[in-house]
Design a protein around this ligand. Sequence first.
Ligand code: AMP
Length: 307
Amino acid sequence: MSLLVVGSVALDSVETPEASRDEVLGGSASFFSAVATLVGPVRLVAVVGDDFPEEHVEFLGQCGVDLAGLQRAPGRTFRWKGRYLPDMVGRETLDTQLNVFEQFDPQLCQAYRDSQYVFLANIHPALQLNVLRQVERPKLVACDTMNLWINQERETLEQVLRQVDILLINDEEAALLSGRRNLVQAAARMREMGPSQVVIKRGDAGAMLFDDNGVFWVPAFPVETTVDPTGAGDSFAGGLISYLAHTGDLTPSGHRCAMVYGSSVGSFCVEDFSLDRFRTLTLDEVMSRCRAFHDLVHFEMVELTRQ
Ligand code: AMP
């Protein structure tokens, strides 16, 4: 498989009601690519500043991430700071410093242009378009986005959407983009914009896939302790797209399995800060949780008759 991700590699500062961490490894492309390496190689295109700790580069390299596309620019690395509410679902962004990310110009080397599976993580839609111009004939393109781009760069975002197969978006962003609060209506409206599949991420309420076959819902796995939800959405995306890339199964049934696999890896992400859970996570653990999902929602009901 040839899988490419373009997005952020960041230093995150996170506060939860229980604990906090300062300037730990984060960024959409970091979570996505660490997860994707559970099943195979992944090509990462991102930028970091000259202050980016070498240990993070080593960690991603040890995971098996192809780092030929990780640019180093003079200046400070992108920083994001967030605080979780007591429910550990709602969060406020306290600070975003774009730094070297502001000048980011994703250039794909010749060897990356034939990538067959492409994930455009949450970056400026003009950059997402720029990447789409450089890839030759991908089998599948997926993208994420956020409120800022929906509000400020809608036209460019709509150009991106016309060229992607799968849109991954959270419920609030879905309402903003579609102008519909009802998720079924929102998904239908977004599918009219281009993507044949729309995945609405709903935090601890799971994720929903809308496609020609209707709707498929996968719950969030009920974990015992949520330590830090940061990156769960990007980990979910990493699981979903790497599953499709690895199996090559782009049928409706393949997409459903990919949703469950994505939800499984996403549920591991929240068990520790930053990417720390992925330092020890094995594919066996992920697959075993996929089987547990099956038990979670499987039931056999007796046919009731009126007596
Ligand atoms: P998630 O929890 O899945 O929404 O992802 C959070 C991750 O996205 C954090 O690691 C942040 O560093 C990264 N992130 C937050 N805001 C942005 C942004 N404007 N552009 C790119 N990445 C971002």
